[in-house]
Design a protein around this ligand. Structure first.
Ligand code: MRU
Length: 347
C-alpha cells in the first residue's frame, strides 16, 4: 500500500471546471459530475454528490471562483453583487458542517480585496485551501496514530476519509497512518444508517487502499466493545463548538457513550476549520434534518410500514466530556475544553 498516492479523490479542478466524484453512486458506480457554475456546486452539496465537512468546504471554495468568473464576465463593474447572491445560496446548501461557512468566509473576504479579473486569484486560493486540507490530514493522521498502542482494534463511524476531505481523511487519516505503522491491526466500520456512509463509502475507500475492514451493523457496536475487540472509536466532526462539544454523524454520540461505559477511548480528528469559536456549546449547533424517505426506503425500495412517520436528524452532538482526544493539525488535546481549544488558535 502506498501512503503517498491518493487513490480516492472526492473533487478535482480540471482545466476550467470542478469535477466531483458522485458519492451517491458508490460503491457500485464510479461516476463524475462536472460543475461549471456555483449553482451546480450548491446542488451537488445539497444532494450529497459531495459530502463530508472539509470536502463540502473545498467544493464551495471552487464554486466561489466559478461564480466570480461568470459574474465578472457578464458585469465587470458589479460582479460582487452576483457573487454575494451565490455565497448565500452556497451557505444555505447544508447547515451543520461549519467548514462550509469557514470556506465561504475566506473566499468572501478575498473577493472584497479584488478589483479586476478575480477568477485567477480566487481559483488559486481555492486550490490552496484544497492543498492545506490534505497537508492537515496527513499531520493529523500521524499525530492521532501516535496515541494508539500497537496491535489495537478501532471502530469508525460514517465516512471521514479521503471521500470527505481533500485526501487521506481525518478519522480515516488516523486509521491509514495507524495501519501503516502497525498500531492498528483491526478496523471496524459501522454501516451508518440511514445513508450508509460506513457500508458504502468507508468500506469501499479502505478496501481501495488494501486496509482490512470489517463492517458491522450500527447496533452491534456495544457487543463489539464488550468483546474487547476495539480500543478506540475514531470519528470526524462537522462542527466543534468553543467548549469542545462536537457535532458529527448521527450515532456518534451513542458510540461515545458506549465507549466510556466500556473503557474504550474516543477520538475526534478534525482540522481547525471545523472548530467554530463563535458557537459556545453544542446546544447552539443547528442539526440538519433530511427527508424521511432516507429511512423508509433503501435504494428506492420501501422498507417501512407504508405511511409511517419518520424523524431523520442526520447529526448529533457528543459532549466534550466524552471525548478523550481531539486531534488537529496543530496538536492533540486530551479531554478538550474551552481553554485548551482557545489555546490552539494562539499557537
Ligand atoms: O452527512 P455527511 O455524510 O456529510 O456527514 C459526514 C460526517 O458526519 C463526517 O463524519 C464529518 O463530516 C467529518 S468528514 C472528515
Amino acid at each position: 500500500m502506498s501512503h503517498n498516492r491518493e487513490f480516492v479523490q472526492a473533487m478535482r479542478w480540471s482545466t476550467d471546471h470542478l469535477v466531483l466524484l458522485d458519492q451517491r453512486c458508490l460503491p457500485h458506480d464510479v461516476r463524475y459530475i462536472a460543475c461549471h457554475n456555483a449553482h451546480s456546486a450548491a446542488d451537488a452539496i445539497r444532494s450529497m454528490v459531495v459530502r463530508g465537512a472539509p470536502a463540502i468546504g473545498i467544493t464551495a471554495a471552487y464554486a466561489v471562483a466559478l461564480s466570480a468568473r461568470a459574474h465578472y464576465a457578464s458585469s465587470p463593474d458589479s460582479w460582487r453583487a452576483g457573487v454575494a447572491a451565490d455565497l448565500a445560496t452556497l451557505r444555505a446548501s447544508r447547515p451543520t458542517a461549519v467548514n462550509l461557512m469557514w470556506a465561504l468566509d475566506v473566499m468572501g473576504a478575498a473577493c472584497a480585496t479584488l478589483t479586476d479579473a478575480p477568477f485567477a486569484p480566487l481559483l488559486a486560493l481555492a486550490q490552496r485551501l484544497h492543498a492545506e486540507d490534505l497537508a492537515a490530514n496527513r499531520t493529523m493522521g500521524d499525530l492521532g496514530a501516535a496515541m494508539i498502542a500497537p496491535g489495537s482494534g478501532v471502530l469508525t463511524h460514517c465516512n471521514a476519509g479521503a471521500l470527505a476531505t481533500a485526501g487521506h481523511g481525518t478519522a480515516l487519516g488516523v486509521i491509514r497512518s495507524g495501519w501503516r505503522d502497525g498500531r492498528i491491526t483491526a478496523v471496524f466500520a459501522g454501516e451508518t444508517r440511514p445513508w450508509l456512509q460506513g457500508a458504502r463509502l468507508t468500506a469501499w475507500e479502505l478496501m481501495q487502499d488494501g486496509i482490512d475492514v470489517t463492517l458491522i451493523a450500527d447496533s452491534a457496536a456495544a457487543w463489539l466493545m464488550a468483546q474487547g475487540r476495539v480500543q478506540w472509536v475514531i470519528a470526524g466532526a462537522d462542527r466543534i463548538a468553543a467548549n469542545g462539544d462536537t457535532a458529527n454523524k448521527i450515532g456518534t454520540y451513542g458510540l461515545a457513550t458506549l465507549a466510556r461505559a466500556h473503557g474504550v477511548r474516543f477520538m475526534i480528528a478534525a482540522p481547525l476549520s471545523t472548530i467554530d469559536l463563535a458557537t459556545a456549546s453544542g446546544a447552539a449547533i443547528t442539526i440538519e434534518h433530511r427527508d424521511g424517505s432516507e429511512l423508509t426506503e433503501l435504494a428506492g425500495i420501501a422498507v417501512a410500514a407504508p405511511g409511517v412517520q419518520a424523524l431523520n436528524p442526520v447529526f448529533d452532538v457528543t459532549p466534550a466530556h466524552l471525548i478523550d482526544a481531539l486531534v488537529t493539525e496543530r496538536g492533540v488535546i486530551e479531554r478538550p475544553c474551552a481553554q485548551t481549544i482557545a489555546a490552539l488558535f494562539e499557537s
